[in-house]
Design a protein around this ligand. Structure first.
Ligand SMILES: Cc1cc2nc3c(=O)[nH]c(=O)nc-3n(C[C@H](O)[C@H](O)[C@H](O)COP(=O)(O)OP(=O)(O)OC[C@H]3O[C@@H](n4cnc5c(N)ncnc54)[C@H](O)[C@@H]3O)c2cc1C
Length: 398
């Protein structure tokens, strides 16, 4: 995005990509469909440093503008689940090719297999070096991503490059990651997906809520609702936190009470197992009832009001026993990174080394699930591109 934005003559733009191909992570994104952005972007959807910087950057290139930008490259977007923008063609590959095509058209040179291991500054120039190359540049943009999915090329080496230029790194940790459990009963449900509302409770207080699909896996819990809550979960201190699932988020207690009373009156001999099959798959029902010590054969008509209330409460606040998180190999983003306090809040230029800029996930910014992380990448990349045009006194493209 930076390269596209500042590819204006007489500037010459070179992308050095350590991987054998550019955009490997983009290709994986959104299950291969790339959730490009979100209708409702604000700094509240992000964790990380100074909200003022987040606001500046996000407002300089809104999600509406991102949608228009991609349209101008021939990639139209469609809305899913009310707020998530995906390409109409449902293909991350098309998004990547559009970006690479636009960069090429602007004269940007992309060199793959060029992993940068050293950036140094001498007089007014930078040396950007790696195995078999040493380029001289008037400005450098570090947009090397975080630590997640290191096989895509983002192995965290950018943090070392920033540190060598005097920058502090806010402690990094995986975010948007699946959670593990030690409980074999949950693991046996591997493959089941259902809509839930998840809540992180710590010291008796609600810390975070997410809603969406939960996927049981052979190691624990995954799916958008889990990934979304994993950041707040990991940030709460050990020992005092709990993760609760509302397994029936679309129906409140009142609606369920009425529904169950109606069924109990019409079919008093119906079992709980039968009744819950209205909402859940069989395997899940048996596990849930076992966990709360209710015999699945118990007839609804025979259960007391107190028992029903207990079951209702449990289905709405089911404790999920979490033993840890999956780590960077499975985390969609990295929380932490280059400290925004040391970066110009309007241009993203380094406060330590003039001419050095940062964009994307390498900065201490991580967003919720739903297209927010790419929106940060587009917006920060755009801002840096514009800052470079301004720095070198080059007028924008007509
Ligand atoms: C499985 C998965 C699905 C995702 N889905 C979505 C989604 O649908 N929507 C969304 O908004 N976000 C999604 N994300 C997050 C999103 O992909 C990232 O936030 C985004 O790619 C960050 O962009 P970036 O350019 O900052 O970093 P990256 O995309 O990580 O790119 C950094 C690049 O720098 C290169 N590099 C690193 N170090 C060096 C070096 N020393 N020398 C040369 N090159 C180097 C890397 O090879 C890499 O190509 C997903 C992430 C994952 C892992």
């Amino acid at each position: 995005m930076t390269a596209i934005t500042c590819a204006v003559k007489p500037l010459r733009v070179l992308i050095l990509e350590g991987n054998s191909r550019a955009g490997a992570k983009l290709l994986l994104s959104g299950g291969g469909r790339c959730n490009v952005t979100n209708l409702k972007v604000s700094e509240k959807n992000y964790q990380g440093g100074d909200p003022r910087t987040l606001r500046n950057i996000l407002s300089a290139f809104s999600s509406e503008r991102a949608v228009q930008f991609f349209k101008s490259l021939g990639v139209t977007m469609v809305l899913e689940e009310g707020t998530k923008y995906f390409p109409e063609c449902q293909s991350a590959k098309v998004v990547l090719e559009a970006l690479l095509g636009e960069a090429r058209a602007g004269g940007v040179v992309l060199e793959t297999g060029k992993k940068v291991v050293r950036i140094s500054r001498a007089d007014d120039f930078f040396h950007v070096a790696g195995e078999g190359f040493d380029y001289i540049a008037r400005a450098v943009v570090l947009c090397s991503g975080g630590l997640s999915y290191p096989a895509t090329g983002s192995d965290g080496s950018g943090y070392g490059l920033a540190k060598a230029m005097g920058h502090a790194i806010v402690e990094t940790r995986p975010a948007l990651t699946p959670l593990h459990t030690d409980d074999p009963e949950w693991k046996k449900l591997s493959g089941i997906t259902l809509r839930v509302r998840l809540t992180v409770m710590a010291a008796g207080q609600k810390r975070a809520v997410s809603e969406g699909a939960l996927l049981f896996t052979h190691t624990g819990f995954s799916g958008p609702a889990v990934l979304d809550i994993s950041g707040p979960w990991l940030r709460c201190a050990e020992g005092e936190k709990e993760l609760h699932a509302d397994f029936l988020p679309e129906k409140n207690g009142e609606v369920l009470r009425e529904e169950w009373a109606r069924i109990a009156a019409a079919h008093p001999k119906r079992s709980w197992r039968h009744l819950l099959s209205l909402y859940f798959p069989e395997r899940l029902i048996l596990t849930m009832l076992e966990k709360i010590a209710v015999d699945p054969k118990t007839q609804i008509g025979q259960s007391s009001q107190k028992d029903r209330e207990a079951l209702l409460h449990t289905l709405k606040h089911f404790p999920l026993c979490v033993a840890g998180a999956a780590g960077y190999e499975k985390a969609e983003v990295t929380s932490g990174g280059i400290d925004l306090k040391e970066v110009d809040p309007k241009t993203l230029e380094s406060g330590k080394t003039p001419g050095l800029y940062f964009a994307g996930e390498v900065l201490d910014v991580d967003g919720r699930i739903g297209g927010f992380n790419f929106q940060w990448a587009w917006a920060s990349g755009f801002v840096v591109g514009k800052s470079l045009l301004c720095k070198f006194g080059v007028s924008d493209r007509p």
